[in-house]
Design a protein around this ligand. Structure first.
Ligand SMILES: C[S@@+](CC[C@H](N)C(=O)[O-])C[C@H]1O[C@@H](n2cnc3c(N)ncnc32)[C@H](O)[C@@H]1O
Length: 236
C-alpha cells in the first residue's frame, strides 16, 4: 500500500474486492474520517443507516466492518436498490427528502447509532434527512453527511429555497452548540458548578443538550451525540 494511503481495516475492505461482491463509490480521504468516528461502534449490536445505496457495495462494506451483530439499513429512491438487501442488510425505497417516509423507516428499524448521508446531496435532501433522523440518534451516536462540497455547486445543491446550503445549516448548528456559553454577560455564572447556580440550568435547545461536537472536514460534516451538562470554568 502507498504510505500516504489510510492503513486500517475499513480502507482494506474498500481496496479488496474479495471482501465484498458489489462496487461502491467513495472519496479516498473519507476512510480516515469513517475510521475515527465509526470504529467505536464495531462489534456492537447497533444499526447503521446509509442514505444512498447505488450498487450496494457500501452496505456490504459496513456490514463486513461492523460485524455480524450490526444491522445495516440502506435508503434509496431507486427501486432497483431493493435487490441489495441480504443477511443483516435491509433496504427501504423512498425519498430522503420525504419526512413521512423517513419516519416510517425509523418506526420500523428503531434509532440508528450511525447515519451516513450519501444520497442525492442537495441542500433540501441533506437538511430534511438530518432534521428527521438526527433527533432520534442515541448517545453515543454519529451522523455523517458526505459530499458537502456540493454546497459550492449552486442551484438546488446550494439552496434550500432560502439561499442557504447544508454547510450554512451545519455552521448554524455549530453556533447552537454554544447556546449556554454565547452570552458574554453570563460569563461569571459559569464560574459556579451547575448544581449550585441561582436560577438552575439555563434552558437550551435539544440539539445543544444532546450534541458533543460538530466537525467540519473537506466534503464531510460529522455530528456526534453526547449528553451534555451546562458547562463551568475554574481557576485552580
Ligand atoms: C453517491 S450514490 C451512493 C453511493 C453508495 N453509498 C456507495 O458508496 O457506493 C447516491 C445514491 O443516492 C440515491 N438518491 C438520489 N436522490 C435520492 C433521494 N432523494 N432519496 C434517496 N436516495 C436518493 C441515488 O439513487 C444513488 O443510488
Amino acid at each position: 500500500m502507498d504510505r500516504s494511503e489510510p492503513d486500517h481495516d475499513l480502507h482494506r475492505i474498500f481496496l479488496d474486492p474479495s471482501r465484498r461482491t458489489r462496487p461502491m463509490h467513495k472519496w479516498r480521504h473519507y476512510f480516515d474520517i469513517y475510521e475515527r468516528f465509526i470504529a467505536p461502534f464495531r462489534g456492537r449490536p447497533i444499526t447503521l443507516l446509509e442514505i444512498g445505496v447505488h450498487q450496494g457495495g457500501s452496505l456490504e462494506m459496513w456490514r463486513a466492518y461492523l460485524g455480524p451483530q450490526a444491522r445495516v439499513v440502506g435508503i434509496d429512491i431507486d427501486p432497483s436498490c431493493a435487490a441489495f438487501a441480504g443477511e443483516g442488510v435491509e433496504v427501504f425505497i423512498g425519498d430522503q427528502a420525504d419526512p413521512a417516509f423517513l419516519r416510517r423507516v425509523l418506526d420500523e428499524v428503531g434509532p440508528p447509532a450511525v447515519v451516513v448521508d450519501d444520497g442525492g446531496h442537495t441542500a433540501n435532501q441533506q437538511i430534511t434527512s438530518f432534521e428527521e433522523i438526527y433527533p432520534a440518534l442515541p448517545c453515543p451516536g454519529t451522523y455523517l453527511v458526505e459530499d458537502t462540497h456540493t454546497a459550492f455547486w449552486g442551484g438546488e445543491y446550494a439552496d434550500r429555497y432560502d439561499g442557504r446550503s447544508f454547510l450554512d445549516y451545519a455552521f448554524d448548528r455549530c453556533r447552537s452548540l454554544h447556546e449556554w456559553t454565547m452570552r458574554r454577560h453570563a460569563f461569571e455564572r459559569f464560574g459556579t458548578p451547575p448544581d449550585e447556580r441561582r436560577g438552575g440550568a439555563t434552558p437550551v435547545s435539544a440539539f445543544c443538550r444532546r450534541t458533543g461536537s460538530v466537525s467540519f472536514f473537506d466534503s464531510v460534516v460529522v455530528f456526534e451525540r453526547a449528553d451534555r451538562q451546562e458547562p463551568w470554568h475554574q481557576i485552580r
